[in-house]
Design a protein around this ligand. Sequence first.
Ligand code: WT7
Length: 661
Amino acid sequence: MSGTTTQGPQETRIFAPSAAFAAQAAVAGMDAYNALCAEAAADYEGFWARLAKEHLDWQTPFTRTLNEDNAPFYQWFEDGKLNVSYNCLDRNLQNGNADKTAIIFEADDGTATHVSYRQLHEKVCKFANGLKARGIKKGDRVIIYMSMSVEGVAAMQACARIGATHSVVFGGFSAKSLQERIIDAGAVAVITADEQLRGGKRLPLKAIVDEALGLGGCDSVKDVIVYRRTGGDIAFKAGRDLWLHELVDGQSADCEPEWVEAEHPLFILYTSGSTGTPKGVQHASGGYLLWAALTMKWSFDIKPSDVYWCTADIGWVTGHSYIAYGPTAVGATQVVFEGIPTYPHAGRFWETVAKHKVSIFYTAPTAIRSLIKASDVDPKVHPKNFDLSSLRLLGSVGEPINPEAWMWYYTQVGGEKCPIVDTFWQTETGGHMITPLPGATPMVPGSCTLPLPGIMTAIVDESGQDVPNGQGGILVVKRPWPSMIRTIWNNPERFKTSYFPEELGGKMYLAGDGAIRNKDTGYFTITGRIDDVLNVSGHRMGTMEIESALVANPLVAEAAVVGKPDDTTGESICAFVVLKQARPTGDEAKKLALELRNWVAKEIGPIAKPKEIRFGDNLPKTRSGKIMRRLLRVLAKGESITQDVSTLENPAILEQLKETS
Ligand code: WT7
């Protein structure tokens, strides 16, 4: 099993939610949690139907809750109609939130702008009318390649309003990655910005879009809509490119929402798998929004007076469910942050919490670990120097949080009074799956504890049989749930084989993670991916993708990529490379390693750069020619090989690959 390991289920410290927190919580106490679980167990469809009626506004009510006829292509609320943007915006105009701040935009340079629900609604309607004026309509796919901005959120909501399916591509992906996604999605338009601002630096966006479209195969794209963020110098192609301010100029501030079927694809989001190219994870409208809204209440205990801040980027699923959709669906006030945690100093997060009186803060373990390190180096950026008294709940997402980081977050950031929700979920699950409920579940550092009510997670062995608590196995979900992935865009077959493998009976959702439950509490601890997917700083990457990028370089004959445990980033990328020329050493190896790292950045994006590259005359292979990654993982860690290597064709190669270039 690869991946980061956590403390494991033997951790014994337990932190119960405070009585004060529990008293006001949406799910108050374990009895309330157990009652919801019992309701789901007794009448699964009735449970979800009740919640979908209570938490969403339907233009046409649904009569059928779950359709399993074409399993595993499950359908939820299929004959109901709704509009996601109506639920996120118009609803707030009607229920007294019109003048409430929807977004506090905290710019890279520290400038803050408040946008009310009324203003956001107007922005989205004009944007949506502008898209319609360009002929973009229900079912069309629109790529959004933008940095963190009000306009980025508005672009997503505008697509939802007219029934266009968006696909947000993280602004750190390369032109080639962007091109692949444009082609796979068959996008008719790209929404971007001139440049993005991060850590005081200007980084290109529009220029990368131009490059992507120039790579060819993108004839479906008719419009490129550009938000002016920096005013930087960019090229404009007449007839294709259009400024956002010109698109919306003169458009009406009202836009009748397009009422779509609950199953209408709201978005496609590309994510890495263990093989092949990234998968376009397709999400529906109704079930997805239900879960985004409901988990805001259950997991984050969101209240009207909260100031909520999720530090993720809209390019990842966290930024979809817990920035663009969940918070707006429940009428929350949220901070949208353009910058990075270390600019202008590594106390930026805490300074921003104090500045906007943030009460709910949601971030990734990598960020926490790097800020712990930063405050060891420079005590001025330690959280104790900032007024964090507004905080009442903390969240963690994207990777296992090690108990040390958990304790620091709990004591130094949360002042021992804030529950921490360690939320386990995935791009494919649409929203939280396993997490403590802040007013109910006693917390154990490093454990995501128990599944949310209605989420039927289990741990099984390779034949799909349940394993007893205390024994590790494969994490699965035994029943469909509303916000689950619907299919892989353009590839229903891959959807079936990736997530509902026959070996497990074809009916269980395979998460791709290993897990173990504590013998006494039944709490889940995620032990890391069981496939060839890496998690670097909470970013998901396929080893195959990086290998393909490496072998695309004319110098490279063969490459194998593995993950190596890393104190800050969880895992780091280590690549073993065989060149077509003789194995380089010394300065030559250093130079070539640098060249290949930059090559990968250009092929995929800087986040996929191997931290380490080692050169060999060959790779360790079995006599049948299979690369033994298991051994490479041991070598990457710098450990010596104790395993039996008698099946190896070329054991001598292991010596060579111990060396870092
Ligand atoms: C993978 C999913 C969750 C949204 C952002 C990442 C790992 C995620 C946790 C957690 C342990 C976690 C898993 C999962 N992961 N959250 N709380 N504890 N591991 O979404 O890019 O689809 O990655 O992230 O390995 O499979 P993603």
